[in-house]
Design a protein. Structure first.
Length: 357
C-alpha cells in the first residue's frame, strides 16, 4: 500500500497509515488452505524506524504479528488467521483509546495555552497603562487569526473587571446621590486626643458648585470635620445633577437617618464608645434657605435675624426701621420651630428630628 508523499500530516493521519500498513499482511492470503506444514512467511512490513516514529500502537501490532509468525505450534491456517484477527482487533481498540485520550490532552493543552496567553495580555495592559479602547482594538485584531478565535472581544472580560455595584447610590430628583457615611469619616479622622465617653463634635457644610462652564451639571456635597481639626474635611455625601435637588428633605434623608442613629446609640470606634453631636451647619445664604426651607434672600420675609418685613428699594430688598422702639422681634430657635411667622417658612424640615436641634 503506497501513498503520495505529503507534508504536515497530523498525528491521527500518521497513526491511521501505520495501522493500515500493519493490517496489510492479513489481506495477503497467499496460503494454501490444505497445507499442514509449519508456516514460514516473510511478510513485507514497513521498516521499524517508520513504525517506531508513529507511536506505541503500531509497535504493539508488530510484536503481536511477530509472535504469531514465530510460533511453531500453529499447524493450520484457521488458527493462524484467528490469532492475527484477535491481535489486530485488540490493537485497533487500544489505538482508538489512545486517540481519544490524545484528543482530550490536545484540547486541554489548547485551553491552558489560551488562558496563559490571556493572562499575559492582561498583565501587559495593566503594566503599560493600555487604554480600554486600545486593548479592544488589539483583541479584535488577534481574533482574526484562527489561533486566537477563542479570545474575548472586550477588554473588561480579559481584565476580569467586575461590575461596579453602588449600593449606597440612590436617586434624588432630579439627579443621583451617593452617601459615603458619617461613621466612615469619623473612623478615618478621629483625633487621638479625644477620650472615651467624650463628645465628638462635627461641623457640617453644605453648598452647591458647578462642574463645567459649558454644562449645567453641578455638585451638592455634604462635607464635615471633627472639631478642632478643621483642616481634615471628609465627605459625608454628594449629589450630582443638572439642577439642585428639588426637595432638601429627600437630599438629606440618608444623612439625617445615620446622624440620628449615631446620636442616639453613640459612635463605636477602636473598641471605644463616643457620643456624637452636630455642632453647627455651615452654609451660605442660598444653601441655608434651601436646607431650612425658608424664603430666599430676595424675599420680603427672608431676614434670618429678625421678623421685619422687607421693602423693595433701589432695585433690592431692604429691611429698614427708624428707631429702637420700632425694632422688630428677633428670630429665635423656638420661633422657628413653632413657625410664629408663617411667611418665613415654605415647608417642614427633617433635621428637626434631631433631639439636640
Amino acid at each position: 500500500m503506497s501513498y503520495k508523499k505529503k507534508y504536515c500530516l497530523s498525528d491521527r493521519s500518521k497513526r491511521r497509515r501505520v495501522q493500515e500498513e500493519v493490517e496489510f499482511p492479513i489481506e495477503l492470503a497467499n496460503f494454501k488452505k490444505n497445507s499442514t506444514s509449519h508456516l514460514v512467511i516473510e511478510p513485507s512490513l514497513p521498516k521499524s524506524k517508520n513504525i517506531l516514529v508513529a507511536g506505541t500502537g503500531a509497535l504493539t501490532s508488530l510484536r503481536a504479528i511477530d509472535s504469531v509468525l514465530t510460533n511453531t505450534d500453529i499447524t493450520n491456517d484457521k488458527e493462524y488467521y484467528e490469532e492475527l484477527r484477535h491481535s489486530s482487533s485488540s490493537t485497533s481498540s487500544s489505538d482508538e483509546e489512545i486517540e481519544d485520550n490524545e484528543d482530550i490532552t490536545y484540547f486541554n493543552d489548547d485551553v491552558d495555552q489560551l488562558s496563559l496567553f490571556s493572562t499575559l495580555i492582561a498583565q501587559w495592559a495593566v503594566s503599560f497603562n493600555i487604554s480600554q479602547n486600545a486593548l479592544n482594538a488589539l483583541l479584535k485584531l488577534l481574533k482574526q487569526h484562527k489561533c486566537f478565535e477563542a479570545l474575548p472581544i472586550d477588554s473588561r472580560t480579559i481584565l476580569n473587571t467586575k461590575k461596579l455595584t453602588t449600593s449606597n447610590c440612590s436617586a434624588v430628583e432630579p439627579g443621583k446621590y451617593y452617601h459615603f457615611g458619617i461613621l466612615n469619616g469619623i473612623k478615618q479622622n478621629i483625633p487621638d486626643c479625644i477620650n472615651e465617653n467624650e463628645i465628638i463634635q462635627i461641623v457640617v457644610g453644605i453648598d452647591g458648585l458647578p462642574i463645567f462652564k459649558s454644562s449645567p451639571e453641578q455638585f451638592w456635597p455634604v462635607l464635615a470635620y471633627i472639631r478642632p481639626n478643621n483642616n481634615e474635611v471628609f465627605p459625608v455625601g454628594i449629589y450630582c445633577g443638572k439642577v439642585k435637588p428639588i426637595d432638601s428633605n429627600e437630599f438629606l434623608k440618608e444623612f439625617v437617618d445615620e446622624a440620628k442613629e449615631l446620636i442616639d446609640s453613640g459612635v463605636y470606634v477602636n473598641n471605644k464608645i463616643y457620643r456624637l453631636s452636630i455642632d453647627v451647619f455651615c452654609c451660605d445664604a442660598p444653601a441655608k434657605s434651601f436646607i431650612l426651607k425658608t424664603k430666599g434672600h430676595s424675599g420680603f420675609f427672608s431676614c434670618s435675624r429678625c421678623e421685619q418685613e422687607g421693602q423693595y428699594l433701589s432695585n433690592r430688598i431692604c429691611f429698614p426701621y427708624t428707631s429702637p422702639d420700632n425694632c422688630p422681634p428677633k428670630r429665635t430657635h423656638n420661633n422657628y420651630v413653632l413657625k410664629t411667622q408663617g411667611e418665613y417658612h415654605i415647608g417642614n424640615i427633617s433635621i428637626l428630628n434631631f433631639a439636640q436641634f
